[in-house]
Design a protein around this ligand. Structure first.
Ligand SMILES: C[S@@+](CC[C@H](N)C(=O)[O-])C[C@H]1O[C@@H](n2cnc3c(N)ncnc32)[C@H](O)[C@@H]1O
Length: 301
């Protein structure tokens, strides 16, 4: 029996059959749900994302990939969209049996012969060229339809870069585009954990100086310390929950990747206490601006 698994539920929340195929874009190396052939899977377990367009797209993709009669179990924390799952699945023509435990809602459905409106939901959440941003993007990726104000602040303040560098957590590549405007940049290694962002960044950064890698920055231990610069707007949410250790891990990864004397330009929400991590990972650092809720920091290894 073939089972698709979307996401990483906390252990014990649902029974995951051995051999289930992970299809979340946030798990490097997983399969792409959009590439699973129509009506091919027996079952799907979907930890539904919170954003409306993204959630409807994922649930519609799961229904598309299931055989008629296949079982879908969609679930989410009650306060992160779980209470809306039943309505969405009913709109797709499914009969839903709902259950609640451990602060989650669980919706079990049998895939109907002809689900209603899944093509529209798939199209509404698909990658697209944003006329406002001028780049490829997709609902669900970080700040998918607008320039993040923190990244905008960093772009305003950082000087033109030079040499070999990296953009850790590159998203769809807006910060990277700014870095590449400097002709003195020889190479830029872009990394993100989100396959959708990586796919968009590959479209958006068609520049021979760029490589884009789908990976977890916390596991980049193979990188030699040779870079001249790193730029980043580190994430501080993991699975929707604030995780300050994630930002600290980015600071440590930036330090590991830099040569002695290399610089890291980063932006952080001003409430995040990164000073201790910067002090222990870098020779020195300066807060270049602290306004509008953001700190822009230059750190030197
Ligand atoms: C604050 S956003 C910045 C995106 C982009 N640089 C920008 O300025 O628009 C942080 C990015 O880090 C990515 N990310 C989160 N956790 C990650 C991890 N462990 N490894 C690599 N990338 C990660 C997210 O997918 C997101 O694209």
């Amino acid at each position: 029996m073939s089972t698709l698994l979307y996401g990483l539920p906390v252990p014990g929340l649902v029974d995951i059959p051995a051999g289930a195929t992970q299809v979340s874009p946030l798990v490097p190396g997983s399969s792409d749900l959009a590439a699973v052939p129509d009506a091919s899977a027996d079952a799907a377990l979907v930890l539904a994302p919170g954003g409306t367009l993204e959630r409807d797209h994922v649930l519609a993709q799961a229904l598309r990939a299931l055989k008629p009669g296949g079982r879908l179990m969609a679930f989410a924390p009650k306060d992160k969209g779980g209470s809306r799952l039943k309505k969405v699945l009913e709109r797709f023509g499914c009969e839903v049996s709902e259950d609640a435990r451990r602060h989650h809602r669980f919706c079990a459905v049998i895939r109907p012969e002809s689900p209603v409106g899944i093509g529209e939901a798939i199209a509404a959440g698909a990658p697209r060229l944003s006329p406002d941003l001028g780049v490829w993007t997709q609902p669900g990726v970080f700040s998918w339809d607008r320039l993040d104000p923190g990244s905008a602040r960093l772009m305003e303040l950082m000087p033109p870069m030079a040499g070999d560098g990296a953009d850790l957590g590159c998203g769809v590549g807006l910060l990277a585009l700014r870095v590449l405007a400097s002709p003195r940049v020889s190479s830029l290694a872009c990394v993100d954990i989100d396959r959708r962002a990586v796919d968009c960044a590959r479209h958006n950064l068609g520049d021979p100086r760029v490589t884009v890698r789908w990976a977890d920055v916390r596991r980049l231990d193979d990188e030699p310390a040779r870079l001249d610069f790193v730029v980043m707007n580190p994430p501080f949410h993991d699975g929707g929950t604030e995780d300050r250790d994630l930002g600290v891990a980015f600071i440590q990864a930036a330090s590991r990747a830099l040569r002695k004397g290399g610089v890291c330009w980063l932006v952080a929400n001003r409430h995040l206490p990164y000073e201790a991590a910067l002090s222990s990972s870098f020779e020195s650092f300066d807060v270049r601006a602290d306004a509008g809720g953001y700190k822009v920091i230059e750190a030197r290894k």
